[in-house]
Write a new protein. Sequence first.
Length: 340
Amino acid sequence: MSDVLKGKTVLITGGTGSFGRALVDVLRPRAVKEIRIFSRDELKQELMRIELNEPRLKFHIGDVRSRESVDAVMQGVDFVFHAAALKQVPSCDFFPMEAVYTNVNGSHNVVDSAIKHGVMKVICLSTDKAVYPINAMGMTKALMEKVAQAAARTTGDGPTVVSVVRYGNVMYSRGSVIPLFVQQMKDRKPLTITEPRMTRFLLPLSEAVDLVLFAFEHGRQGDILIRKAPACTVADLVAAMKGLFRSEVPVKVIGVRHGEKLYETLATREELRRADDMKDYYRVAMDSRDLNYSKYFTEGDLQEAEVDDYTSHNTKRLNAKEVEALLRTLPEIQQALAGQ
């Protein structure tokens, strides 16, 4: 990958977020010519600029909703990592059109602009919530996947390769439950949980970045690449957190929030029937059929769906001790424990 990136310009949309910041750390040691950070938060950009003091980092204020600002930052870019999105489930449910403007229209702006500017590769970040979506965030991310694949289908063998990565909950990402639990224990407040039986995939940020780099190297036109991950119940996550921090704070069940599921799905059975199992990843190829459906009427697929969906209920389930061991590997947890 280093040779591919040598002398190249990389654009990260939403580059001041948790993922963008981690990707910058991976890219800085490599011989890239320039890393462009594109976001609308000038404070986060300023803090990032001061902290890293990296001359190859170039900061661009703009919004993926604005095609003009996307076109302006896309000039001369070789590779795009599209991470900009509205990600909070309740806020997207309360303001669904805002999610549409950013996650759907904004993604179309990024992908279409990249193709028109001759970018070599575009990697779009998706989520398990895009599979069988029941909330606005998941629905707009599902549409983002369709937008990316539609562009890939139209582009075909053109110079720009568009692919998608899909992964579950990133541990200790901004706005997630683990840093909330840490703060609540620090403040000696009850840990607020929604439903103890809920299961969620557990993915360290480093493995989410690994998935994106894997897609960068191996992603084909229109691919969806999925990172396999273990899961746990909310109850076991709470037990692990309390054990790690030796906390005796009570637990308060507040009930399921807007748009939440009992468990998440990373791949449907229909996708898995045509997926390549690549050990730690699944590759789901784009459906390349065209709209001339008449030629498929007598060519149905007789293979029965013998596989099940890949969900946080049927993946490898970690117990509280195993979750505790995984949590100990997170730099943020190590820092929080050291500061106790």
